[in-house]
Design a protein around this ligand. Structure first.
Ligand code: SAM
Length: 402
């Protein structure tokens, strides 16, 4: 996306999200009936009649579903507003380093794709891999003339990272540091080029602030887990976002993340069973208590899924202090849980139309923040969503002073 379009796209997204809050804020998992269903009965009935498999088929691309109005109009608008170009591959001046022995397949492909998109005008003096984990990205980018520093707070990851870097004979240092602590601990300078692949919520916000405060000339960031923030409400970074009326609570930010996990059959079956059972238990507890109110239950460790629903439900009841009478028809409630899961997943497709727009709104807030502070910013995708749905990449370079 061209930098001149950031502000106008941001405002268009903001208007779309603000106007349709009543469609994306209520969560079907929690509410048996959504307030918007009364206004759009044909759409609600159509979605409720679809199967779980129908919902699954379009979960990650809800805008492709040809649903009754207002779905079709919203889907078109969502698609228009979500358009982002691909970042171009940059010719590499060193042969690609293959670390696929040490890095799980998909992660390796993400790192490789991320590395190929970085084209800064000024030569890199030192890479700083922000929240580096084991430092796979740093090792991909570092070379004899281009050392790297990894910042990571998990001591075990730092230790493994050090071993891997030593074994690879690369000038990569690993520092155990909490990047949320005061600036001195982080110690970047203007010559550093911070990079972050999938730094969560507060960690990517902090990166942007540190980059600006330290006067770093260039930066690359692929954000993720927007909801990992300490404060209950999102604090906008840019002037544009600070002056809109849209207020985003932590729970709202989760919407930006809720694609289906790209796991195998078994992972999906377990996830569905777990959700259907929690929904079935929720229906049961509503009936027992006589109160039509959602009860938040934890997702139990997977060995509970191998137990019959009677045991699973008894465990949820124990954890939530719900007294169960004798003679519960557990197969009935499990069946109802699956029926409700199909409805929930289909009704969620409406919220799904706002997922990418919300994510773009958040990333454009970051892009505008950097622009307001004198950076030239580019935004694009660095890999297809099948590799990771968190595929937006922001790169920024400080404009030369006139
Ligand atoms: C989603 S992982 C990404 C890791 C790596 N960049 C990658 O793509 O594989 C986020 C990393 O941030 C680290 N982290 C979390 N909080 C941190 C903090 N306050 N300071 C430094 N690192 C932190 C975690 O331990 C984890 O390794």
């Amino acid at each position: 996306m061209h930098a001149t379009a950031f502000a106008s796209r941001f405002h268009a997204l903001d208007a779309f999200l603000t106007e349709h809050q009543h469609l994306w804020r209520p969560r079907p998992f929690v509410a048996l009936q959504l307030p918007w269903e009364a206004d759009h009965p044909a759409l609600a009935a159509w979605l409720r009649a679809r199967s779980l498999a129908d919902a699954e088929a379009v979960h990650n691309a809800p805008h492709t579903l040809d649903g009754p109005e207002p779905f079709a109009t919203l889907a078109r608008r969502s698609d228009e507003l979500s358009q982002v170009g691909e970042c171009l591959d940059v010719p590499q001046d060193y042969p690609p380093r293959r670390q696929d022995v040490d890095v799980p397949g998909r992660k390796w492909q993400q790192i490789d794709a991320f590395g190929r998109k970085l084209a800064f005008t000024r030569p890199v003096q030192r890479w700083v891999d922000w929240c580096a984990g084991k430092g796979h990205l740093a090792r991909q980018l570092a070379g004899p003339e281009r050392p790297a520093l990894c910042l990571e707070w998990d001591a075990a990851l730092v230790q493994v990272g050090e071993q891997l870097s030593r074994r690879a004979g690369l000038p990569v240092q690993h520092r155990q540091v909490d990047v949320l602590q005061p600036l001195a601990a982080v110690a970047l300078d203007a010559q550093d080029t911070p990079v972050a692949l999938h730094a969560c919520g507060d960690l990517h916000t902090r990166l942007l602030q540190v980059t600006v405060a330290c006067g770093c000339q260039q930066l690359a960031l692929a954000p993720c887990c927007y909801d990992r923030i300490v404060e209950p409400v999102y604090r906008p970074l840019s002037h544009a976002a600070a002056t809109t009326a849209l207020r985003l609570e932590r729970e709202d930010l989760r919407l930006a993340l809720c694609e289906t996990v790209t796991g195998g059959q078994r992972v999906r079956r377990d996830r569905d069973l777990s959700m259907a059972r929690r929904l079935g238990f929720d229906l049961l507890q509503r009936e027992l208590s006589g109160r039509d109110a959602y009860l938040n239950t934890p997702s139990l460790p997977s060995h509970w899924l191998r137990q019959p629903f009677a045991a699973f439900g008894a465990e949820l009841a124990r954890r939530k202090g719900v007294t169960l009478p004798a003679g519960i028809d557990w197969p009935h409630w499990e069946h109802r849980g699956f029926q409700r899961l199909a409805e929930v997943r289909n009704l969620e497709l409406v919220r799904g139309l706002f997922r990418r727009p919300l994510e773009l709104w958040l990333v454009l807030d970051q892009a505008l923040f950097l622009q307001e502070r004198g950076y030239q910013v580019q935004l694009g995708t660095f890999c297809p969503p099948s590799l990771t749905p968190r595929n937006l990449l922001l790169t920024a370079e400080k404009r030369a002073p006139y």
